[in-house]
Design a protein around this ligand. Structure first.
Ligand code: SAH
Length: 452
């Protein structure tokens, strides 16, 4: 039996979905942090179970052909980037394989079928650093009591000071420094999670990339606001916010659409890849100009407005009230008045509207909204609620476009839809988060006419 802290050597033969290297010793499997497929490593055993154990790399004895030097000196300690030492090409293959494996293992689809309908993963073309438009830095103290801001070390709530994150914006560093100096000068304390004491929990910085480009790289602060959160929780933001400086929202654009974004609204973090993803979703929606479309989990209406340019009418649903206010405003700014937005849980809103309008006469709005041509969903990681999926099935659109940030819950939901009259047409993984293990996927489905 192996023991904790033991030093061992192994050949890495696979990668887990979480980016750990897999090595086998006499039929016993080790999952090893920072080890890459193709490496031979010396590692420290960190945990021992009956048939498998965990470890972390001590030294790389012979490096994998995919191993590169991490750009960030803190890549191994930080919980943000799990695979920065893997070449970008190999990262893309890892993500594509992860999607396929989840669809097989959790969705029960056949490999051969999936490979016949998959489209190549959309990776970043240029620099795949500095891509994030949003960063959230926890603020706290180090062991000596110095005020620090940074990131949580992997799988902990210990803050490690980081003043320049390589996947974040250049401006973050000077903004953070200014805030820490201000806190020191005025004796404003950082929040202590354990004692539930102190004032500042996090600094959240969001940058409108497009606008900055237009200003020829002159960074300009558009808005400063604060959000009060008195709860004993590690949720970052409270329910509201107050603007201290500038406007209540910042502005960004994707393609030729402009978006206002308020602090509490979700907005995709990688603007370059977001555009690729939305264009793919639009292609899968296959619109001719007259269709009725639902965009569920619509956020500030980004996908909705992309669709509205090509559709008859688009209805959006989103749970965060401020995001729906943004969505309505964004529809106005972009002069797309063929849109309507609802606040609420997607599952509740569409179920309510279905019950109310399902028997409406053909040609009425009630009929159109309950018999849409296309439904687009873009849920958070936990996927769609069952009630949401069952109402979608009742509404029976010709096409469903599923945009997912977690291929495990995607696989579960696709299985349910495919068992109830839909077929997978095509799917495209999209790398929104280089150097992390996360992967976005756009999926095209249509109603199986043979089974109707
Ligand atoms: N399509 C948008 C947002 C996708 S993120 C975009 O591309 O920007 C998922 C969104 O779902 C978030 O805005 C989140 O607030 C919202 N959400 C989470 N649970 C929800 C639910 N049950 N019903 C409706 N919206 C929900």
């Amino acid at each position: 039996m192996y023991q904790k802290n033991q030093l061992l050597e192994v050949e890495i033969t696979d990668i887990t979905n979480d980016g750990e290297g897999v090595g086998k010793l006499d039929g016993y499997t080790f999952f090893i942090k920072d080890a890459l497929i193709g490496d031979r490593v010396q590692f420290i055993v960190t945990k021992v179970k009956k048939t498998y154990g965990y470890g972390k790399v001590k030294t790389v004895i012979s490096p994998s052909e995919y191993r590169i030097k991490a750009k960030c000196p803190d890549a191994r300690r930080c919980g943000g980037c799990q695979i920065q030492e893997l070449s970008y090409e190999r990262q893309l293959k890892f993500k594509r394989d992860k999607v396929i494996n989840n669809l097989i293992r959790l969705g029960g689809f056949e490999r051969e079928f999936l490979e016949s309908i998959e489209e190549p993963i959309m990776g970043m073309k240029d620099d795949c650093f500095r891509y994030r438009n949003k960063a959230q830095f926890p603020v706290g103290y180090d062991k000596e009591g110095n005020l620090i801001a940074g990131f949580y070390a992997g799988r902990t709530h210990n803050i490690m000071p980081i003043d320049d994150c390589m996947i974040g914006a250049y401006e973050n560093k000077s903004i953070l420094q200014a805030i820490l100096e201000w806190m020191k000068r005025y004796g404003i304390s950082a929040y202590d999670e354990v004692m539930h004491k102190g004032v500042v929990r996090h600094v959240l910085i969001r940058k409108g990339f497009a606008l900055i480009d237009r200003l020829l790289s002159v960074a300009k602060i558009q808005s400063i606001s604060y959000s009060i959160n008195k709860e004993k929780t590690n949720v970052i933001m409270g329910n509201g916010y107050k603007t201290l400086y500038g406007s209540d929202t910042i502005t960004d654009s994707i393609g030729n659409l402009e978006f206002k974004i308020s602090p509490l609204s979700f907005y995709q973090v990688n603007p370059v890849q977001t555009r690729m993803l939305y264009e793919k979703a639009l292609e899968y929606a296959d619109l001719g100009g007259s269709e009725t479309v639902w965009d569920l989990y619509c956020g500030i209406g980004t996908i909705s407005l992309f669709l509205a340019k090509k559709a008859g009418h688009v209805y959006g649903v989103e749970i965060v009230p401020q995001a729906i206010e943004d969505a309505k405003e964004n529809a106005k700014i972009n002069k797309l008045n063929n849109t309507d937005f609802y606040v609420g849980k997607a599952e509740e809103v569409i179920d309510r509207l279905w019950e109310k309008n399902k028997d409406s006469k053909e040609g009425t709005e009630g009929y159109r909204m309950t018999h849409p041509d296309v439904i687009v969903v873009d849920p958070p990681r936990k996927g769609c609620d069952e009630l949401c999926l069952s109402t979608i099935l009742k509404m029976s659109p010709d096409r469903i476009v599923y945009v997912s940030c977690d291929s495990a819950t995607l696989a579960r939901d696709l299985r349910l839809l495919c068992d109830n009259g839909y077929v997978l047409k095509s799917f495209t993984p999209c790398d929104m988060f280089p150097h992390t293990v996360h992967c976005e996927v756009a999926v095209s489905m249509s109603r199986d006419r043979a089974r109707q």
